[in-house]
Design a protein around this ligand. Structure first.
Ligand SMILES: *Cc1c(COP(=O)(O)O)cnc(C)c1O
Length: 397
């Protein structure tokens, strides 16, 4: 490795390096490069969950619902909105899985654009997003208009928008390539066509600064187990801009009703963001993300982005040097790149088991891509170097 690619000086100069010690570590892991699929736990979360089990659940029992559990999803939603989404209070809630929230919000948005018959999504979007839209199109007799393939640029979106477009669904950061969409420009384009837009923020929340209110976004959803370190299957978030909160979502449950504890006849939606809740909130699953949201607030989302860019720039440089036979599938331009770097090589699938055995943990995406997911608060430059070095060695064998 050439000396200017040695990771030591970069880690020494990294103002966020000290935060790595706040995460649970495991001696068997040499390089964790999958923080975009499942963020590592903070030790503070281990304590928080244990204390919750003994004191709140064990001690307060059913009384806990009156101690704030019922409002917890909205409270954490407000924190997340302030810290990472550019969303004022009262517009974000934590609840179901991303898949279920997508369904609820897209269905609500379709009904808010009566007479319009088309949904727009891109072929490279995450499978669940495509499948949910296919299901809604079938259910409601709508036509899916696909952004052919490649990146959702303003030109590509403009080509499929029309006066028939009801709702556009795009991901801010593409799960495979890491392409970072121009969210404000694409939002403005959808609005010019009279359509509503929903942004999937799964691969950007907590790592790419976002201004949902400022950019005029209508709706958004996102995972909390990726860069928000909520743990496997932690519930997702939904953002519904205040002006859209009278939309009706299809899963009319008691906890989204105006008066849940009257147990009355006939559903009347609650005022505000609570109308997008359906059933009993998954409280235990919401605990760990609180620590990561607090840490991002302490550090500042712009500092998180600065390290994210430095890590992905480093990954691209070291791949160019050590793995010239791999093809970079992510944008070279840092302004159009999220926090993961995907490289393609036909030899990658075969080396995955041996990589994982060595404690080098990226993930594999078909047909031939390795994704290096770089979570700025828990990933070091040394891990990136160790990971790419191991990949290069195994490919050469
Ligand atoms: C990870 C991811 C999902 C996952 O949805 P779940 O309901 O949590 O399984 C959805 N969309 C995108 C863009 C993702 O990256």
């Amino acid at each position: 490795m050439t000396t200017d690619l040695a990771p030591g000086p970069l880690d020494d100069a990294d103002p966020l390096a000290r935060h790595r010690d706040l995460f649970v570590s495991d001696a068997s892991v040499t390089a964790y490069l999958d923080g975009n699929s499942l963020g590592r736990p903070l030790t503070a979360s281990v304590d928080r969950v244990a204390t919750f089990m003994t004191e709140q659940w064990g001690g307060r029992l059913i009384r806990g619902w009156d101690d704030g559990w019922l409002e917890l999803g909205q409270q954490i939603g407000d924190d997340l909105g302030r810290v990472a989404l550019g969303a004022a209070a009262g517009q974000t809630t934590i609840g179901d899985s991303t898949t279920v929230l997508l369904y609820k919000l897209v269905r609500a948005a379709v009904d808010a654009r009566p007479g319009r018959t088309e949904l727009v999504i891109d072929r490279d979007n995450f499978p669940t997003d495509r499948y949910v839209l296919e299901g809604i199109a079938a259910e409601r007799g709508l036509t899916l208009r696909w952004i052919a393939s490649g990146e959702p640029t303003p030109e590509a979106l403009a080509a499929v928008l029309s006066p028939a477009t009801a709702v556009v669904v795009l991901s801010a950061v593409s799960y495979r390539s890491g392409f970072l969409a121009d969210v404000p420009a694409l939002t403005a384009l959808a609005h010019e066509a009279g359509a509503l837009i929903l942004w999937d923020l799964c691969h950007s929340a907590g790592v790419v600064p976002t201004e949902l209110d400022g950019w005029g976004v209508d709706l958004a959803v996102g995972c909390t187990y990726k860069y928000l370190n909520g743990g496997p299957g932690s519930p997702a978030f939904a953002y519904v801009a205040t002006r859209n909160q009278r939309m009706r979502q299809p899963i009319q449950g008691w906890l989204g009703s105006a008066t849940p504890f009257e147990m009355g006849q006939g559903y009347e939606p609650a005022e505000g963001i609570r109308a997008f809740t359906s059933g009993t909130p998954p409280i235990v699953g919401m605990l760990a993300m609180r620590d990561m949201i607090a840490l991002i607030e302490e550090v500042g989302i712009d500092a998180v982005r600065a390290k994210s860019v430095a890590l992905t720039e480093y990954a691209v440089a070291i791949v160019d040097e050590l793995l010239p036979s791999a093809v970079l599938a992510s944008p070279r331009d840092q302004r159009r790149r999220g926090s993961h770097v995907t490289i393609d090589h036909d030899g990658f699938e075969a080396i995955m088991p041996r990589l994982w055995q060595r404690g080098v943990i990226p993930d594999f995406r078909r047909p031939n891509g390795i994704r290096l997911g770089l979570s700025p608060l828990s990933t070091s430059f040394a891990e990136v170097a160790a990971g790419v070095t191991a990949i290069a060695e195994l490919v050469k064998e």
